[in-house]
Design a protein around this ligand. Structure first.
Ligand code: CA
Length: 245
């Protein structure tokens, strides 16, 4: 069962989250400040981190930024306050995979946790029967080779000319999905549903897709400002283009 690191300094909130996630069968670790969270994430390698933004010692943004800089690839869900809309985008830009806004229901939290664990290696077996959508070849642990890219489902990473790109779980899912259906344009809404596993409400969700695409381009493309793999189709969405030989 997946191991989740819950980072929350407000004890009453932390207790409720831990109680509800433990009941789902997850193994839970907790941290009450950013420094401890960072250390635990690197030493205990949780499968997912639920990361509050406002924390003592080091805030959630900085924890996320440092973990990604260290090459940590597990899904990170940022917990933001409703009134701080910019926090959501900033968190995604720093490498978070998703966010949830306070106050949230336990049902919403469980759905987000499941959606973010679903396609990571740990849950691939238990989720395979309930997964009704098409899965990417790479998500099956297979190998896709496109141009100078190799997308390796076993390693959950991609390589450009043999060099590991250090993709996060969400970046990997997005890349392998687009690459499998290359030449086909997907709207932000479709990507939300098929890569993030939940229904888009537009607005912020569209920005989630945009920010993640930009992050992915920063790793995959030689020149992210003139991408040759992940192409924007204005007014329509994104597609993976097979580069000309
Ligand atoms: Ca807090």
């Amino acid at each position: 069962m997946a191991k989740i690191l819950v980072v929350e300094d407000e004890k009453s909130i932390c207790d409720i989250i831990v109680f509800n996630l433990a009941r789902e069968g997850y193994e839970i670790l907790t941290a009450q400040d950013g420094t401890r969270a960072y250390e635990l994430a690197l030493s205990d390698l949780p499968d997912l981190i639920l990361l509050d933004v406002m924390l003592p010692k080091m805030d959630g943004f900085e924890v996320c930024r440092r973990l990604r800089a260290k090459g940590a690839q597990m899904p990170v869900i940022m917990v933001t306050a409703r009134e701080e809309e910019n926090d959501r985008v900033l968190g995604l830009e720093l490498g978070a995979d998703d966010y949830i806004t306070k106050p949230f229901s336990m049902r919403e939290l469980q759905a987000r946790v499941r959606a973010n664990l679903r396609r990571s290696a740990i849950s691939s077996q238990s989720q395979s029967q309930s997964d009704t959508g098409e899965r990417t070849d790479a998500a099956h642990g297979e190998l896709l080779e496109v141009g100078e890219l190799r997308i390796d489902g076993r390693a959950m990473d991609a390589y450009r000319n043999g060099q590991a790109l250090g993709l996060t779980a969400r970046e990997f899912e997005l890349l392998s999905f687009l690459a499998r259906f290359r030449g086909q344009v997907f709207s932000r809404r479709e990507l939300m549903e098929r890569v993030w596993n939940y229904t888009s409400l537009g607005g912020d969700d569209d920005r989630t897709v945009d920010v993640t695409v930009n992050r992915l381009r920063g790793k995959v493309e030689r020149d992210p400002s003139t991408p040759k793999y992940i192409i924007t189709r204005r007014g329509a969405g994104y597609m993976f283009a097979e580069p000309e030989a």
